[in-house]
Design a protein around this ligand. Structure first.
Ligand code: ATP
Ligand code: LTN
Length: 345
């Protein structure tokens, strides 16, 4: 709490503001091992040292056609998965994006400060518009300014994401700087927070493509809810090369990917992994990776099953989160509206 009396007594010194961490994930399916290692797993580890806010980006998921009943189901499941992956709603703010009106409001305002040219350069837009050529909608195009709004509303210091989101964060920083230059200090400029290992987990079937929950080939990705046997089998079938030597080298995309996954799970370095499997074929290595992943995900699977039996708790939790997020986001959106010249209601 801020004190209004001016004093130099050390105990009255205003406590330092805890740095704010914010991130989101779309409810487009069960989280993959890529989402887990590249993003969600790290979110839980930051809760002690930072003020964290994590949300389900349901508005973003509308940029690809969704079946309404399925989207509702996936949104609740994604919220439960956040908690199952270790996010504690007592410590972190957890909510669903569409429950907090300021996201759409700031998204629209920021659209008006975003240039067509900069959105055209976004690689995610280029990829997704090629994959969904029959539905290249305006939302897919302006996706980054909605995302910038998510981040800037909460004055986030750090945004933990996988490597694929780096370009969107650079865009957010440019946009925030532009707005601040025009209207004076309004937004904090956020920093990306990208993990050293596992920032880009690749598909098990095509290790030149990122592992994605909306991949049509289910053998390409592992979900955090896959059965241990399924996990081991998917790793057994993973595409590798014909060299039969476990080592990290350019051109060995499949093995490099498996080594990165194993390293991210066990904490071992590539050198240690090379020694561990020296003289052994890929069979033994793939089995070890599969078993390590299955074991790592066991508590997530168990906690998810438990949470899904308690819908009352999930609903109460996302409602409380929305209420808090609405209050926090009001501070920024009110300031922004005033700065750009919208008449106060
Ligand atoms: P979709 O398939 O619907 O595009 P996605 O699997 O790419 O979804 P998002 O919801 O877009 O998942 O991303 C959630 C978080 O997971 C982001 O921080 C993103 O950077 C991270 N992420 C996604 N895929 C990977 C991956 N293969 N490796 C590492 N991190 C990833
Ligand atoms: N675009 C992100 C999801 C997302 C997000 C955000 C991440 C939406 N808004 C704000 C960080 C901060 C993705 O992972 N594809």
């Amino acid at each position: 709490m801020e004190s209004t009396t001016v004093t130099t007594a050390p105990e009255a010194v205003k406590p330092e503001r805890k740095k704010v961490i914010l991130s989101g994930i779309q409810p487009t399916g069960v989280f993959t091992l890529g989402n887990y290692i590249g993003a969600v797993r790290n979110w839980g580890q930051m809760q002690e040292d930072y003020q964290c806010a994590y949300f389900i980006a349901d508005l973003h998921s509308l940029t690809v056609r969704q079946e309404p009943a399925q989207l509702r189901k996936q949104t609740l499941e994604a919220f439960a998965l956040l908690l199952a992956c270790g996010i504690d709603p007592q410590k972190s703010l957890c909510f669903i994006q569409s429950h907090v009106p300021a996201h759409a409001e700031l998204g629209w305002i920021l659209d008006c400060y975003t240039q067509f040219g900069e959105l055209s350069r976004m690689t995610q837009f280029k990829d997704k518009s090629a994959r969904h050529a029959d539905n290249v909608n305006a939302g897919l195009f302006t996706y980054p300014s909605l995302m910038a709004g998510d981040i800037l509303l909460y004055q986030a210091d750090f945004v933990p994401v996988g490597a694929d989101q780096k370009q969107h964060l650079e865009f957010t920083r440019d946009l925030a700087t532009r707005f601040n230059n025009l209207y004076g200090q309004t937004f904090r400029i956020p920093e990306p927070y990208i993990p050293k290992t596992g920032a880009r987990v690749m598909s098990l079937q095509d290790p030149t493509k990122k592992m994605s929950k909306s991949d049509t080939n289910a053998n390409g990705f592992i979900t955090v809810l896959d059965d241990p046997k399924v996990i081991v089998n998917k790793f057994k079938r993973a595409i590798t090369d014909s060299e039969a030597q476990v080592c990290y080298r350019e051109g060995k995309d499949g093995i490099n990917n498996l080594m990165s996954i194993y390293s991210a799970i066990t904490g071992r370095t590539f050198e240690q992994i090379e020694q561990e499997f020296a003289g052994q074929g890929y069979g033994a290595f793939k089995l070890a990776v599969g078993e390590a992943v299955a074991e790592e995900l066991r508590p997530v699977r168990e906690e998810f099953a438990r949470l899904m039996k308690d819908k009352g708790y999930l609903e109460a939790t996302y409602r409380a989160g929305a209420e808090q997020a609405t209050a926090i986001s009001q501070r920024t959106i009110t300031k922004v509206k005033k700065k750009v010249g919208l008449l106060a209601p």
